[in-house]
Design a protein around this ligand. Sequence first.
Ligand SMILES: Nc1ncnc2c1ncn2[C@@H]1O[C@H](COP(=O)(O)OP(=O)(O)O)[C@@H](O)[C@H]1O
Ligand SMILES: [Mg+2]
Length: 232
Amino acid sequence: MLRVADLSVSYGHINALKKVSIEVFPQEIVVLIGANGAGKTTLLSSILGMKTPDSGEVVFEGKRIDKQAVEKNVREGLCLVPEGRGVFASMTVLDNLLLGAHHNLANKDRNLSRVYEWFPILKKRKDQIAKTLSGGERQMLAIARALMSAPKLIMVDEPSIGLAPIIVNEIFEILLMLNKEGYTVLLSEQNAYKALKCAHRGYVLETGTVSLTGTADQLLSDPGVRAAYLGA
Ligand SMILES: Nc1ncnc2c1ncn2[C@@H]1O[C@H](COP(=O)(O)OP(=O)(O)O)[C@@H](O)[C@H]1O
Ligand SMILES: [Mg+2]
């Protein structure tokens, strides 16, 4: 579904990604594991089209998209739930959701009712201002807003950051539920253990390069991963 080949991305003199290659197949949950500064956000935002790569390719459903505008990529089925959620705090839950629908207005009502089915709490809180939501509810809103564009691949940047462990479990349950509903998921995490428990495969990013890849089970039992990311 998604193929990133030898992607290099820089900020001025900082080479944030150096020839990164990853693949995501339909129906998979794939996790990018890496410490702060490893390049996770840069990779996800470059896939979406927010950053123009220096070299390399991004291919989505057989078509090169690395020079394509974000809007077009979203219309073609990509979406990104940004790090830190990025919900509009002073807008209502419903207005936040409708913002997510502006690429797919024709199916707005259908997408909204599906999102309310998956996130009943958001239906209950639809007229509340987003800043009154808990951290977990805000993450749900950010994911739900992304779903309003009816994506094929949902990318989620560090969904667990700043959330209590029990809420993190809920967020990963939601990603598993969405995967069962047919969504392909690419997420980034520093919370490697829980993410690998949820994912099929993973890539370890270290200072802008892929240092290791494998199935979730392989990575969970890899001594280097255990020492660096699982505290074991
Ligand atoms: N807007 C930016 N300007 C300059 N450097 C940046 C910017 N964003 C990220 N970087 C640098 O790029 C590297 C990768 O960052 P990032 O993709 O945010 O990593 P991660 O999401 O894994 O924490 C880091 O060295 C970071 O300092
Ligand atoms: Mg990041």
